[in-house]
Write a protein that binds this ligand. Structure first.
Ligand code: A3P
Length: 315
């Protein structure tokens, strides 16, 4: 039973049984058959894994460090999300329309915003930058052999905490849920896009593919300039130390937090929680009680069994 009140609309998709809102049924096939282009760049993540951070990084690397444009255009316009609607009006910035990608729920959206994003992405001129939380197996099968993909993984324990705060930030529907509900959702693989380890493992298995750049959020926290260099090499861009430093500054937690085109925190419930929230690796420790810590260990050991995937924070 879904703790967050959404199960009645959920479907399980693909071999791993990924948890998707019911409306995904209406779009899954079109998304699977989307025409991938050789000059596409896709950023794929499980939600709350540093997607936004990576999108801003990739956009700037790809667009010759055009800070001026980056600072004047919202990220969701420069780097649209596949499984949502065309526009994300500020008022519609809630988990139904954005995070839970309920493509069927167009209530309250303007006409222009009712176009599913995959449709406008399909019609968009090249080169396209595309964000998605869908796992590789629900995306076009020729994706990796055709376009470049950046995947960011994060410790599932931190993901559960971050997810909790996101929902607290957008409020309304979930005000009754506490952190334990969110942890339970994650560990029972009921959170949208779950199971998280299977999601990450799909990309991990392709990490040596020349079109896959696999990264960990924790490594970005540890050494951002190094990770920027990695992405630049992957995208065949060459920046000097000074440029990398400038980009790292732009991407710092403090600066992204102040950046209204990235930190879209317009629809809060008044508690002051922001989309770019804490930016820590290991923050889960302050939220998990002893029992949850043990559960988390068991969960990770169980899900990682038989895989060679390991998290830097759970080796
Ligand atoms: P926290 O809630 O743990 O702080 P996504 O974009 O996939 O939803 O991921 C959001 C998470 O990335 C949030 O984690 C957010 O604070 C973090 N994040 C965003 N920008 C960051 C930055 N510049 N440095 C560190 N973490 C960042």
């Amino acid at each position: 039973k879904c703790l967050l009140g959404y199960t009645k609309q959920f479907v399980k998709c693909g071999k791993a049984g990924y948890v998707m809102p019911g409306a995904f049924r209406n779009h899954a096939e079109a998304i699977y058959n989307l025409q991938v282009r050789p000059d596409d760049i896709w950023v794929i993540t499980f939600p709350r894994s540093g997607t936004t951070w990576m999108q801003e990084l990739v956009w700037l690397v790809e667009n010759n460090l055009d800070f001026k444009k980056a600072k004047s255009t919202p990220l969701y316009q420069r780097f649209p999300m596949l499984e949502t609607t065309t526009q994300i009006p500020e008022i519609a910035f809630d988990l139904i329309k954005v995070n839970f990608m309920n493509l069927g729920n167009f209530q309250g959206l303007s006409k222009a915003a009712r176009v599913p994003s995959w449709q406008s992405i399909d019609e968009a001129p090249s080169p396209r930058l595309i964000k998605t939380h869908l796992p590789l197996s629900l995306l076009p099968p020729n994706l990796l052999n055709t376009a470049k993909v950046v995947y960011v993984a994060r410790d599932p324990r931190d993901v559960s905490v971050s997810y909790y705060y996101l929902h607290k930030m957008v409020g309304k529907t979930l005000l009754r849920a506490n952190f334990t509900h969110f942890w339970e959702a994650l560990r029972r693989d009921l959170m949208p896009y779950s199971p998280i380890v299977a999601h990450t493992n799909e990309a991990w298995c392709k990490r040596h593919h020349p079109n896959m750049h696999f990264m960990f959020y924790e490594d970005m926290i540890k050494d951002l300039p190094k990770e920027i260099r990695g992405v630049s090499d992957f995208l065949n861009k060459n920046y000097n130390d000074k440029e990398i430093k400038k980009l790292a500054e732009h991407l710092s937690f403090e600066n992204l937090r102040k950046n209204k085109n990235v930190n879209n925190t317009t629809n809060t419930n008044g508690e002051g929680i922001q989309f770019v929230r804490k930016g820590e690796a290991g923050g889960w420790q302050a939220h998990f009680d002893e029992k949850q810590q043990l559960q988390a260990e068991e969960y990770l050991i169980d899900r990682l069994q038989g895989l060679d995937l390991r998290y830097p924070s759970f080796p």
